[in-house]
Design a protein around this ligand. Structure first.
Ligand code: VAH
Length: 317
């Protein structure tokens, strides 16, 4: 069994990725790490180390301490937060990647997963069924850092033989972790507010269509791309990945199927400009062809699953 280190394990994707990797590879083979200890229950659930993604020596020491084979680098500032702190966002998103790529180049890591995003596309990209290869002029700090990171991943693979694999995540929706400063996070918050208040004020306009995915699908895709034979991974920048796309109006209608009294109002803020720069739907044919990707959740099944789990959480609180 490989020894796996997750950097940024306490984040929106990291917490669920840690749980699923431990279920598949064994708790003791999956070391969670983050810049600080957050949820005590999560920290106590298996091997945990305090690792700053910007500290090369801390990462190297942790890799040597546990004999790590694979690293999932999940630490980053997301789109909305990055716009408020461009310098730190660039530093964190880029230098954490260089640390892990250089450790792999030195032979200390066998395989890397690094998350990209549909944020690599910009206002000049075709918005419908956005292809794997197309115009990419991101207009956000987050998107610029992800586009640059993709270029470095491909360079380190081609020049130094580093086995780094990447996915362009759409907006991700999960019941078990709070939103993390993303523009798509209205689609997480709306479920909580629907159950808590019966109403929600959305920071995007009702017709804002964005590519989205349920976290269960995103976690499965992440593990599947890492399990795929190296020869099947033909794209070493990052793969487009898709499941569904919807607008705030459409997710509201899906929620109203179970909560007919739920209402929404709209007060677009600075995140509207970010969302308007992104695609509305994604073509992920390459991922489906190269390593067999297939999504399972659509808006209706995600909504049912979200509301079931959130009701359970609130019942147990
Ligand atoms: C964000 N959830 O909103 C992230 C994602 C496509 C968006 O990368 O920043």
């Amino acid at each position: 069994m490989p020894k796996i280190l997750i950097i940024g394990a306490c984040g929106q994707i990291g917490t669920e990725l840690t749980k699923q990797l431990r279920a598949e590879y064994g708790t003791d083979n999956v070391i969670a790490s983050d810049v600080r200890k957050t949820d005590p229950e999560f920290v106590a659930s298996g091997p945990f180390e305090v690792v700053n993604a910007l500290d090369f020596n801390q990462i190297e020491h942790t890799i040597e301490k546990y004999g790590v084979d694979e690293v999932y680098l999940m630490a980053a500032l997301l789109s909305a937060t990055a716009e408020k702190n461009p310098a730190f966002a660039w530093d964190l998103n880029m230098n954490s990647l260089f640390h892990v790529l250089n450790l792999a180049k030195a032979g200390k890591i066998k395989k890397i997963f690094w998350p990209s995003s549909i944020a690599v596309f910009g206002p000049t990209t075709p918005k419908q069924n956005t292809p794997q290869y197309t115009v990419m002029e991101p207009s956000t700090v987050y998107g610029i850092s992800k586009q640059s990171g993709e270029r470095w991943c491909e360079y380190y693979h081609n020049i130094y033989g580093v086995d780094v694999r990447s996915i362009r995540y759409p907006g991700l929706i999960s019941w078990s972790t709070p939103p993390g400063g993303g523009t798509t996070d209205y689609a997480v918050d709306i479920y909580h507010k629907a159950l808590e208040n019966g109403e929600y004020t959305c920071f995007l306009s009702e017709e804002t269509r964005l590519p989205m995915m349920y976290m269960d699908d995103a976690i499965r895709a992440t593990i599947e791309i890492m399990k795929a034979p190296a020869e099947n991974i033909k794209i070493r920048s990052s793969y487009n990945l898709a499941a569904m796309d919807f607008t705030p109006k459409e997710i509201t209608e899906a929620i109203q199927q179970e909560l007919p009294e739920f209402t929404i109002s709209y007060e677009p803020d600075f995140r509207q400009k970010i969302a308007d720069s992104w695609p509305q739907s994604i073509d992920d044919t390459c991922a489906r062809t190269d390593w067999g990707w297939k999504h399972e959740f659509d808006l209706a099944t995600m909504t049912t699953d979200m509301l079931v789990h959130l009701r359970e959480l609130k019942h147990n609180d």
